[in-house]
Design a protein around this ligand. Structure first.
Ligand SMILES: Cc1cc2nc3c(=O)[nH]c(=O)nc-3n(C[C@H](O)[C@H](O)[C@H](O)COP(=O)(O)OP(=O)(O)OC[C@H]3O[C@@H](n4cnc5c(N)ncnc54)[C@H](O)[C@@H]3O)c2cc1C
Length: 426
């Protein structure tokens, strides 16, 4: 009899380690296959460094096919055109199909630049760090900018859910401009949908408000919160600042010579709009075992999963899905598939805590939120040069694991050992 087939869709930060961990957990009882849209893995958290040439793209990328072959995990880089969930079938971009018994969706975000006129790297006027190729293009734009410096606008637009990288990039740019001794020629403004600096889509963690405001004040970065980007023109961003009642209280026309704005995310086209599978933004609906209620053979993890916002805000703000949470979703799904293959009901749950490192190049801010949504049992933040070093450790550790075809959670170790909070059992 054929073994059941488990297909993992998406070879990004979560999908790659999910394939490794599931393959190890099912111990030959199922065939595991990866459907990727590229042979190259990119370590997304290092993209801000690529955009200022602190990293070359190749240094954060891994060629996946030989590793998957060694681990005896099937691999295609053809990419999925469309999921046919009721037929348990993935239609690939060349018209062929892959059937599955179990599917793990890890497709990350579709970047909704098109929702704001003039936003983004494809025909718009702002650069992006969301993908490594975008970050490489941003590095070229940055080199042109430093020859003729002017104002910089960095931030995250209405509906964005990923704020850490926006802060990181603003502060990394500040560090790089100071190193180049041209910071005095560059007025900087941080524009964000968050109701206050350091909200991060999580209603703050520990004193992220105080820590990040203080960093920005010390580095002469002005900010606009409760901001909606109305439109972007070449060298000019039009921003509406919204009051508590949701009405526009002030408009800002912000000139810029260089700008990076994180877009809102939505589900990727291959899975969007499937009744029972996705919410209206195309994010995958899952229960506490990471399983879709309408299609119980489908599991999902990472940025593609639907999570409600922490609470109402004047401008829509989403909840981030970060490394620690992703690792814990991977572990839960591997355990659940192990149980399902034994004919049992899945019982494993992800912890959904947040442990984050925001690197500023010469320092940084770290936080631990347990659980992610307040009120919390652990609500801790701290800053210092050690955060920059820990982030380098995160990159090295993660890339080593991807190259070796192994999955071992990084963040739990970090939380327990590096931060010296061994008492926390998350
Ligand atoms: C710039 C940036 C920096 C970040 N920094 C950090 C950080 O420092 N720490 C942290 O904890 N979190 C960070 N995050 C948040 C989060 O950890 C990352 O977004 C992470 O990459 C999410 O993992 P994922 O697997 O869900 O999605 P991704 O890593 O984006 O992977 C999704 C994969 O699915 C593939 N895919 C999509 N559609 C298809 C299809 N139709 N067929 C086949 N494949 C498909 C994509 O090609 C991609 O490889 C950062 C996010 C960004 C954007």
């Amino acid at each position: 009899m054929d073994k059941p087939k488990i297909v993992v869709l998406g070879a990004g930060l979560g999908g790659t380690i999910a394939a490794y961990e599931i393959n190890a957990a099912v111990k030959g009882r199922a065939e595991v296959m990866m459907v990727s849209e590229s042979e190259t893995y990119s370590f997304v958290p290092s993209n801000p460094w690529v955009a200022v040439r602190w990293r070359e793209p190749e240094a954060i990328q891994v060629h996946l096919p030989p590793i998957f072959a060694k681990k005896k995990i099937g691999f295609t880089a053809l990419g999925a055109k469309r999921l046919h969930a009721s037929e348990k079938r993935l239609e690939l971009n060349d018209g062929s199909s892959v059937n599955y018994d179990y599917l793990v969706i890890v497709t990350g975000p579709d970047l909704a630049f098109d929702e704001i006129e003039g936003l983004g790297p494809h025909g718009g006027h702002t650069v992006s760090i969301c993908q490594t190729a975008h970050a490489s293009a941003a590095a070229e734009a940055f080199e042109r900018f430093v020859e003729n410096p002017g104002p910089i606008v960095v931030g995250a637009v209405q509906g964005a859910s990923c704020y850490g990288p926006a802060y990181e990039f603003a502060l990394i740019l500040d560090t790089e401009l100071r190193r180049r001794k041209i910071r005095d020629k560059v007025p900087m403004t941080f524009v964000t949908a968050e109701p206050y600096i350091g909200h991060l889509g999580l209603d703050g963690v520990g004193d992220t408000k105080g820590l990040l405001e203080s960093e920005m004040r010390e580095r002469h970065i002005k900010w606009i919160t409760n901001a909606k980007v109305a439109k972007v023109e070449a060298g000019m961003m039009h921003v509406e600042e919204v009051g508590e009642d949701g009405a526009v209280k002030k408009t800002h026309d912000l000139p810029f010579g260089f700008s990076m704005m994180l877009p809102a995310f939505r589900g990727v086209p291959a899975v969007r709009g499937i009744e029972g599978l996705t919410n209206p933004r195309g994010f995958i609906l899952v229960d506490k075992h990471q399983r879709n209620p309408a299609f119980p053979e489908i599991f999902a993890l990472g940025v593609c999963v639907a999570i409600p916002p922490t609470g109402p805000t004047p401008v829509p703000v989403g909840v981030p899905k970060t490394g620690f949470m992703i690792e814990s979703m991977v572990t839960a799904i591997a355990a659940n598939l192990d149980m399902v293959l034994d004919g049992k009901e899945p019982t494993a749950e992800a912890t959904w805590n947040a442990v984050c490192l925001a690197d500023f190049g010469d320092g940084g801010v770290a936080f631990v939120a347990q659980p992610q949504i307040p009120p919390r049992n652990v609500n801790w933040s701290a800053s210092g040069k050690w955060v920059h070093l820990a982030k380098i450790g995160f990159e090295k550790y993660f890339l080593r694991k991807v190259r070796k075809g192994e999955s071992e959670p990084f963040y739990e170790k970090l939380a327990l050992h590096v931060m010296g909070i061994r008492k926390l059992r998350m």
